[in-house]
Design a protein around this ligand. Structure first.
Ligand code: A3P
Length: 299
């Protein structure tokens, strides 16, 4: 079986040969990279989740690869098995046939996705599989997303930050509006099978974050093991090994790994536009409070 790195490098080469207009598809009104297809979305709808599956759900650029590593390391320590088929486990990418292979994977399986709550297979909620959701403050998410569009051959290039900002705020980006995602998850923040964590809380205390995730998954591991999982998940540790694991994609994913990088690009007017959107959608909500907007998003 091809390694994760080989699969990613192949995707890169294929994308680099495509014309800009071939890089995106629209499915049910939402833009996605053309690594997704209608056939895979249809097969995904039929996916049978298991009660002990773990689903990592993120809006793009919120720390997906970071928390995926933590989940995979927790799983490997808990179950003494290395993760398998890693590149196939992003729900919406790849060919529909992959769901056949996924059926043979041993539990607990770890999947990840950027899909909106409404588009996640219904069986995930019916079976009450564990769902770990990561959010990052909207301003840093937007800046990270902008660089990702421009550095990643799989997505079209934006002419300017201003152009990207308008698309981000109006939800005309791949996987649609940040605020729609956040509003949907805020309605499920107290569901027993859902854990919402933030990028910022992991930055504040990674070890506590690892412990919180392990407790949610009912994985009981020795303190030293959780300590070493946290040490291996720092930005420095992950970015230094990123080329080995992700090839050319490594430095694109592990760009800066900091909070408040939005200050490098946002104008005052753009900042106020996001403040207004936050006020309208998330102020006074539990998820809004978790994002510590005043600390991370005010000038
Ligand atoms: P920046 O572009 O701001 O650096 P995703 O995995 O969802 O695509 O998110 C990528 C973002 O998470 C990037 O943000 C990346 O640097 C950051 N990131 C990845 N691993 C991290 C880590 N271990 N610690 C902090 N940030 C990390």
């Amino acid at each position: 079986m091809a390694s994760n790195r080989a699969v990613l490098e192949k995707l890169f080469e294929e994308a680099a040969r495509k014309k800009s207009e071939e890089l995106l598809i629209t499915y049910q009104g939402v833009l996605y990279p053309s690594l997704c297809s209608a056939e895979t979305f249809q097969a995904l709808d039929m996916m049978e989740a298991r009660k002990d599956d773990v689903f990592l759900v993120t809006y793009p650029k919120s720390g997906t690869n970071w928390v995926l590593k933590i989940l995979n390391d927790l799983r490997a320590s808990h179950q003494k098995k290395a993760p398998t088929l890693e590149h196939q486990l992003m729900l919406e990418f790849g060919k529909p046939e992959k769901f056949q292979k996924i059926k043979d994977l041993s539990s607990p399986r770890v999947f990840y996705t950027h899909l909106h709550y409404d588009n996640i297979p219904k069986s995930v909620f019916e079976k009450k599989a564990k769902v770990v959701v990561v959010f990052r403050n909207p301003k840093d998410t937007a800046v990270s997303f902008y660089h990702f569009y421009n550095n990643n051959p799989v997505l079209p290039t934006m002419n300017s930050w201003d152009e990207f900002f308008q698309k981000f705020i109006s939800g005309e980006v791949v996987w649609s509006s940040y605020f729609d995602h956040a509003l949907a998850w805020n309605r499920h923040i107290d569901d027993e099978n859902v854990l919402i964590i933030t990028y910022e809380e992991l930055k504040e205390n990674l070890y506590e974050g690892v412990k919180k995730i392990a407790a949610f998954l009912d994985f009981s591991l020795p303190e030293e093991k959780m300590q070493s999982i946290a040490e291996n998940a720092t930005f420095q540790s992950m970015s230094s090994k990123s080329e080995e694991k992700y090839g050319k994609f490594g430095p694109i994913i592990f760009r800066k790994g900091v909070v408040r990088d939005w200050k490098t690009l946002f104008t005052e007017a753009q900042s106020q536009e996001v403040d207004a959107k936050f006020e309208e959608c998330l102020a006074g909500t539990k998820l809004g409070a978790m994002l510590k907007y005043d600390i991370y998003c005010k000038f």
